[in-house]
Design a protein around this ligand. Structure first.
Ligand code: GLY
Length: 395
């Protein structure tokens, strides 16, 4: 095995999109070997400056281990800590990253490493996409959610505040497609993840199971349901398989439709549960029964969105009613909430859904599960069916 190459226990998925091909490596201890890995990569010049943008909430040891490994391998490291907060994920949060990149005289060929959860990956990845019109980005996700979804596929971006207050903050409406040159998913970072955050990532895995039959893994939903106890317990072997299979599904989706332009769904299918979820994710004043008051995590909003989308699908006759019970039961078993208190009236929720990126020519495109591991696009679903979705999660 070459120095910096994968160890025997590492797993790997290749992502191919037009003009880009890169590896997603999944393993334990990848961050403490990151210097060797970059040293062995033909995409990074020896002795380059490397900009390490890391989540300020990460255990200090994680960012330090990565920085030490890079320095030991001869890279010159500049670092910036980012506060990972959904309300801060705006254009104004980009400015300090860009200023630090410029101050550290980062050149166009020199990489930025985004080390943290999806929010850091999106924001730092966006900075990497626009600084000097694009520098190489290496995504190092440290949450389950960002490992199985956000770090793969090249979506970067920020929220846009169109009005003061939480209802004026629109999710991810600005951004750029900027594929990373490498993704390192170090499973050991999941061990110290707070329970609520960890479990919220399982929502994206449940989502993939609802659409994976068309993307090479028809058995993913059943396997995930059967392994939920081990997944919740963070069993390392099961986790590695979970992450690899989910990334493989995501890679297959992205390979077919990188820019989300397919009329039959393609990448837009990954927004299953997100049109409902995004409409409530940035709202304050919502409470999940049994949880302290405070904003929803992305995965918690997605979990509720999956239930709402399935209820909407069942109401419109697009999936068997038994699918709703299955989705609710998997989400409950994960320890995620299946209901939310404090939802605004349906009319307000419908209006917020109208701001979603999936609106085309003024018509709403919802992704609905169809059963048997398949999902489909529904154009302009009836408001009554959408209301059935909201009713299913309203506490
Ligand atoms: N997270 C959805 C996508 O990457 O398209």
């Amino acid at each position: 095995m070459p120095a910096g190459g994968p160890t025997q226990s590492d797993r790997s998925v290749r992502v191919q999109v037009p003009g880009h091909e890169y590896e997603v490596r999944i393993g334990t201890g990848l961050l403490s070997r990151i210097g060797e890995t970059l040293g062995a990569s033909s995409s990074v010049r020896p002795g380059s400056r490397v900009f390490l943008a890391h989540d300020a909430n990460l255990p200090q040891a994680v960012a330090s281990a990565a920085g030490r490994s890079l320095e030991t391998s001869g890279f010159r490291v500049s670092a910036a800590a980012l506060r990972a907060d959904e309300s801060d994920k705006t254009l104004s949060a980009l400015q300090p990253i860009l200023v630090e990149l410029a101050k550290s005289r980062q050149e166009r060929h020199e990489p930025l490493i985004a080390l943290g959860g999806g929010l850091v990956g999106d924001l730092a990845g966006f900075a990497g996409a626009i600084y000097r019109r694009g520098i190489p980005v290496i995504q190092c996700p440290t949450t389950l959610l960002s490992m199985v979804d956000a770090s793969v596929g090249g979506k970067t971006g920020a929220n846009l505040a169109i009005e003061p207050g939480d209802s004026g903050l629109l999710k991810n409406v600005i951004g750029a497609f900027h594929q990373p040159i490498l993704v390192l998913a170090d499973v050991s970072t999941l061990i110290s993840l707070p329970d609520r955050q960890y479990r919220s990532g399982i929502a994206e895995c449940i989502k993939h199971g609802l659409l994976s039959a068309d993307f090479g893994d028809p058995g993913l939903a059943d396997w995930t349901a059967a392994q939920l106890d081990s997944i919740v317990a963070r069993d390392a072997t099961i986790l590695a398989e979970l992450i690899q299979r989910n990334i493989a599904v995501k890679a297959a989706v992205v390979r077919g439709d990188e820019r989300e332009v397919s009329p039959t769904g393609g990448r837009a299918l990954l927004n299953l549960g997100h049109t409902f979820g995004h409409a409530i994710e940035t709202l304050t004043g919502l409470t999940l029964p049994g949880f302290p008051a405070g904003p929803l995590l992305h995965g918690e909003a997605v979990a509720l969105g999956l239930i709402a989308a399935t209820a909407c699908s069942a109401a419109s006759g697009s999936c068997p009613p038994s699918l709703l019970a299955q989705v609710q039961s998997q989400i409950a078993k994960t320890g995620l909430s299946t209901k939310v208190q404090g939802l605004p009236p349906d009319a307000q929720l419908l209006s917020r859904m109208g701001h979603d990126k999936k609106v085309e020519g003024g018509s709403l495109r919802l992704i609905l599960p169809a059963g048997s591991g398949r999902s489909k696009v529904a154009r302009d679903p009836s408001p009554a069916h959408i209301q059935s979705g909201w009713a299913a999660i309203r506490a």
